[in-house]
Design a protein. Structure first.
Length: 118
């Protein structure tokens, strides 16, 4: 049975994400953001106008989203979205099966193996 975990984006979120990655079984789902990720990652007001807590939240969201994207590109996760309302999505990372994660062995060929002697 798959497990669904909701990540609290704030101080320590990246550490919580790494803990989830270590303990997640194939098919486990991590909800890492709810809202509009593309919009929420942008800061549209000057830094001075943001409260420190809001600035830390946006920075933490950017770290988490970047890390999850990199892990998905490395083949560790599937990324999906679920619409929960008008313009509101649940952003999910699903742990892939182990056999899909293991890199395929590279066949080594001797550099002069296919030469024909004259």
């Amino acid at each position: 049975m798959t497990e669904r975990t909701v990540l609290d984006t704030g101080p320590g979120a990246l550490s919580e994400y790494y803990d989830w990655m270590k303990g997640a079984a194939a098919g486990d789902v991590l909800v890492y953001w709810q809202g509009d990720l593309q919009f929420d990652r942008q800061v549209v007001v000057p830094d001075e106008a943001l409260r420190a807590s809001e600035r830390a939240r946006v920075q933490s969201l950017n770290f988490i989203a970047d890390r999850i994207c990199a892990d998905a590109k490395a083949g560790l996760l599937y990324l999906t979205q679920k619409r929960v309302g008008l313009g509101i999505f649940e952003y999910r990372a699903t742990r892939r099966r182990d056999e899909l994660i293991q890199p395929k062995p590279i066949k080594k060929v001797a550099p002069y193996d296919n030469l024909i002697l004259a």
